[in-house]
Design a protein around this ligand. Structure first.
Ligand code: FES
Ligand SMILES: [Fe+2]
Length: 431
C-alpha cells in the first residue's frame, strides 16, 4: 500500500485542529513521568506534547498539574513561576494558578476585583498511575475513563518506565516497532557479519537476547476494536509436534505497540518530535530499574539530559563506531552503536527525515504490519472525521487485558483465539 501525499499528511500531522491531532486528543496522553515531578512544590518542568507548549508541576498536596505554559493574564511563561502554597505564581504580576486552572490570586488588581472568578488557566485533567502522569486534551464531554493498562497495576519494583526523545514524527517510531523484521539486521546482524553458530552461541551465553527471524516464519494480522494484533508464527524444536510458537503483539491506536513485556508508546511532542515512553517489565517479576534503563540508553545524566533528551544525536552520528563494525567482535558490531536499541532504532527512523514522505518506497512481504498500521490509522481518522467516533471510548474493550506475549498453539487452532498469551515464554528484549 502506497500512501498518497495527502494520506501521509493526514496520519502524520498532530497539531490542534488537524484530524489526527483531534483524534489523539480523545485519548489519555502520557504527558511526563511521575519522577519528573519529584515531590510536592517541586520545580515546574516544560513539556511539549501534541504541538502544545505546556508546563507540569506538583502542588503542595502532591497533585500533578499540566497546563498551557502561558499565563492567563498576559502570556508570560509560568515555567519561571514560584510553585508553593497550593499553586504556581506567575513572576510577572503575581497571578497564582491551581493545578486545575483556577485562578487563586490576582494581587495587582484592586481588592474588589472579581477577575479571578472569570478567568481560568488552560489546565488539563490529569491522572497519575504506572509512574506516568497522563493528561486529557480533548473536549470535556468526550473524556474517556482513566487509562487502565495491565502494566499500570504493577508494583514499582516490577516496573521501569524510560522516556527518550525521537527527532522525527511519531509514525516513524511506531512503524519501526511494529516492524519485527528489522531485528535480524539492525539489532543483531550476525548473519550479515558471517558469524558462526559458535560465535552466536557464545554471545547468547553472555546473555545477549537473540531471537532470529527466519525466512520461513509466517505473519498473520487480525483486526481488533483497539487497532490490530499480529502473530509471528514459528516452529521451534522445544514445541511438541502438532503445535507451534506464536508471538503476539497488540498494536493499540494511535501510538502504542505492546511488545511482549515491554509496551512502547510513541507520543508526539509535535509533528517532528516524539517522546517514547518505554515501559520495561519482567511480566510481573521484580526488575533492576537502573539496569533496565542502562540497557536502553535512558539514564538521566548519563544517556539523557535532565529534560530526557538524548545526548547522542543524529548530528553527531550517534557516535557510531566504525572500528567495532569492521572488527565484528561485539554484540553491537553490526550497527556500531552500543547505546541501547532505541538509539539503534533512531539511527534509522530519524535518518528518514523529520516527517518521512513515504514516497518512492518499495514495500516487501515483511512490511505487512507497517502497511496494516497505516491502513488502520487512515480508517480510524476517516471514521473519526465522519462520525466523531474513536476506540478511546469503546466500552467493549477490556483495556487492562491487552498484552503481548508468546504462546504454544495447536496448529489447527487460530492463534487469535488465545486472548492472554503466556508472558513467561515471551522472548525477552526482542525489539
Ligand atoms: S503575565 Fe502572568 S501575572 Fe501578568
Ligand atoms: Fe528496533
Amino acid at each position: 500500500m502506497t500512501l498518497t501525499i495527502e494520506e501521509n499528511e493526514l496520519i502524520c500531522r498532530v497539531g490542534r485542529g488537524t484530524p489526527m491531532g483531534e483524534l489523539m486528543r480523545r485519548y489519555w496522553v502520557p504527558a511526563c513521568l511521575s519522577e519528573e515531578l519529584l515531590e510536592p512544590d517541586c520545580d515546574p518542568i516544560r513539556l511539549r506534547v501534541l504541538g502544545e507548549n505546556l508546563i507540569a508541576f506538583r502542588d503542595t498536596e502532591g497533585r500533578a498539574g499540566v497546563m498551557q505554559e502561558r499565563c492567563p493574564h498576559r502570556g508570560a511563561s509560568l515555567f519561571f513561576g514560584r510553585n508553593e502554597e497550593g499553586g504556581i505564581r506567575c513572576l510577572y504580576h503575581g497571578w497564582k494558578v491551581a493545578v486545575d486552572g483556577t485562578v487563586l490570586d490576582t494581587p495587582c488588581e484592586p481588592v474588589e476585583s472579581m477577575i479571578k472568578h472569570h478567568v481560568r488557566a488552560n489546565a488539563y485533567p490529569t491522572y497519575e498511575r504506572g509512574d506516568v502522569v497522563w493528561a486529557y486534551f480533548g473536549p470535556a464531554d468526550e473524556q474517556p475513563p482513566p487509562p487502565d493498562y495491565w502494566w499500570m497495576s504493577l508494583d514499582s519494583n516490577q516496573l521501569a518506565v524510560g522516556k527518550i526523545d525521537y527527532a522525527c514524527n511519531y509514525l516513524q517510531g511506531v512503524e519501526g516497532t511494529t516492524d519485527s523484521a528489522h531485528n535480524n539486521a539492525l539489532h543483531s546482524g550476525f548473519e550479515y557479519m558471517h558469524w558462526t553458530e559458535e560465535q552466536v552461541q557464545e554471545l547468547l551465553g553472555r546473555g545477549y537476547p537473540l531471537v532470529h527471524m527466519r525466512r520461513d516464519q509466517k505473519h498473520e494480522i487480525v483486526d481488533t476494536p483497539y487497532g490490530f494484533r499480529y502473530g509471528v508464527i514459528r516452529h521451534d524444536p522445544s514445541v511438541p509436534a502438532g503445535q507451534h510458537l506464536v508471538s503476539m503483539t497488540p498494536v493499540i491506536l494511535p501510538w502504542s505497540v505492546y511488545l511482549d513485556y515491554s509496551p512502547h508508546m510513541f507520543v508526539p511532542a509535535d509533528d517532528e518530535h516524539t517522546w517514547l515512553f518505554d515501559v520495561r517489565t519482567r511480566g510481573g517479576r521484580p526488575l533492576d530499574r537502573e539496569k533496565e534503563l542502562a540497557a536502553r540508553g535512558e539514564r538521566v545524566g548519563i544517556d539523557l539530559g535532565p529534560d530526557h533528551r538524548k545526548l547522542r544525536t543524529l548530528e553527531m552520528s550517534y557516535l557510531q563506531d566504525r572500528k567495532v563494525m569492521r572488527e565484528r567482535q561485539e554484540s553491537w558490531s553490526y550497527s556500531g552503536m552500543p547505546w541501547g536499541k532505541p538509539i539503534q532504532d533512531m539511527s534509522v527512523t530519524e535518518s528518514m527525515g523529520p516527517v518521512y514522505d513515504r514516497l518512492g518506497e518499495h514495500l516487501g512481504v515483511h512490511d505487512a504490519m507497517v502497511v496494516r498500521m497505516r491502513e488502520c490509522l487512515l480508517s480510524a481518522v476517516r471514521r473519526f472525521t465522519e462520525t466523531g467516533e474513536t476506540p478511546a471510548t469503546d466500552s467493549s474493550i477490556a483495556w487492562n487485558q491487552i498484552r503481548g506475549g508468546t504462546a504454544v498453539v495447536p496448529v489447527d487452532t487460530p492463534w487469535s483465539a488465545v486472548e492472554y498469551p503466556d508472558t513467561e515464554r515471551a522472548a525477552v528484549g526482542v525489539r
